[in-house]
Design a protein around this ligand. Structure first.
Ligand SMILES: C[S@@+](CC[C@H](N)C(=O)[O-])C[C@H]1O[C@@H](n2cnc3c(N)ncnc32)[C@H](O)[C@@H]1O
Length: 274
């Protein structure tokens, strides 16, 4: 079952009861049918190993991916362009000193948002808000732009206070966070932004969760819009989704202090052939 501390945290947050029920259900299924489910620790470790090999086979680096999509051989690096803001944001995170997981591929996010001059963006998964910051630093240059983010806060006391903390106040007018699990939050996000230029997925890391959300984001994406999913090496959800829509993804390898991770990118064709 869920640890006592996490269970108490969920109990104190009635708006998250649907997600706690799903979590308990998942645990019960794991106990009753361990060989049939995809979310046991063993099944997930095996899936991750196989999916990582698949990613590695096709992966290119971030610069090559940006070049392939945008055709630009030279661009101002996100990290250099916003070094002052990033330093300020780092200081905030150091002050909080809680582990809220890693961040998306910020260079890729920023350059692609700039390339398509994105105005309407949905992202899933905020945590400290690094990917949100990269989006907002691009969106702020365009009128009527908006970022809608879904986020289920981490299950510990006070975690909500850290969500999005790296984003400065002056960017928050372009931003709406829907603080529920994706299953509740994504339909609300899509009501606010039914047609989007860019989607970034970085929330529920279970196979079923991804395969539930990916098609909804893809459907809302405009022709020539861009779909990015983080951590696609966790399992074969991204590969299976690409196969289901008959699209060839770019797989981007990003080497971080905690090892390699892979990001999947799809550019929606102008017209989709059945
Ligand atoms: C890896 S972090 C996101 C990092 C962020 N994109 C960045 O670049 O800084 C994942 C976030 O998704 C949230 N999350 C996990 N499961 C979720 C779910 N089912 N629905 C919505 N958010 C979820 C986590 O609590 C966490 O805040």
């Amino acid at each position: 079952m869920l640890s006592l501390q996490r269970s108490l945290w969920f109990l104190k947050h009635p708006k998250l009861y649907p997600e706690s029920i799903r979590k308990v259900n998942r645990k019960i299924q794991t106990l009753l049918f361990p060989s049939r489910v995809t979310h046991t620790a063993e099944a997930r470790a095996k899936a991750q190993q196989e999916a990582t090999q698949w990613c590695e086979q096709y992966a290119i680096d971030t610069q090559s991916a940006i070049l392939q999509i945008t055709g630009c051989t030279e661009f101002d690096s996100f990290y250099q362009k916003f070094s002052e803001q990033l330093k300020t944001s780092e200081t905030i995170v150091e002050k909080y000193a809680v582990n809220m997981g890693g961040c998306g591929n910020l260079e890729l996010i920023y350059q692609l948002a700039e390339y398509i001059q994105a105005k309407k963006v949905i992202e899933t998964g905020v945590s400290y808000g690094w990917s949100s910051l990269a989006f907002l630093l691009s969106l702020k240059n365009r009128q009527d732009s908006m970022l809608v983010s879904t986020d289920l806060p981490y299950a510990f006391e006070g975690s909500e206070n850290y969500v999005g903390c790296v984003v400065p106040l002056e960017l928050k007018s372009l931003w709406k966070i829907i603080s529920y699990a994706d299953r509740e939050a994504l339909p609300q996000a899509l009501k606010l932004l039914p047609s989007i230029d860019l989607a970034h997925y970085d929330s529920d890391k279970f196979y079923e969760g991804r395969l539930w959300a990916y098609p909804k984001l893809w459907e809302a994406l405009k022709p020539e819009g861009i779909f990015i999913s983080d951590d696609i090496h966790d399992d074969f959800a991204f590969r299976d989704f690409c196969n289901s829509i008959k699209q060839q993804p770019l797989i981007v390898k990003d080497s971080t202090d905690s090892g390699n991770r892979y990001v999947g990118v799809l550019v929606k064709p102008k017209t989709i052939t059945a």
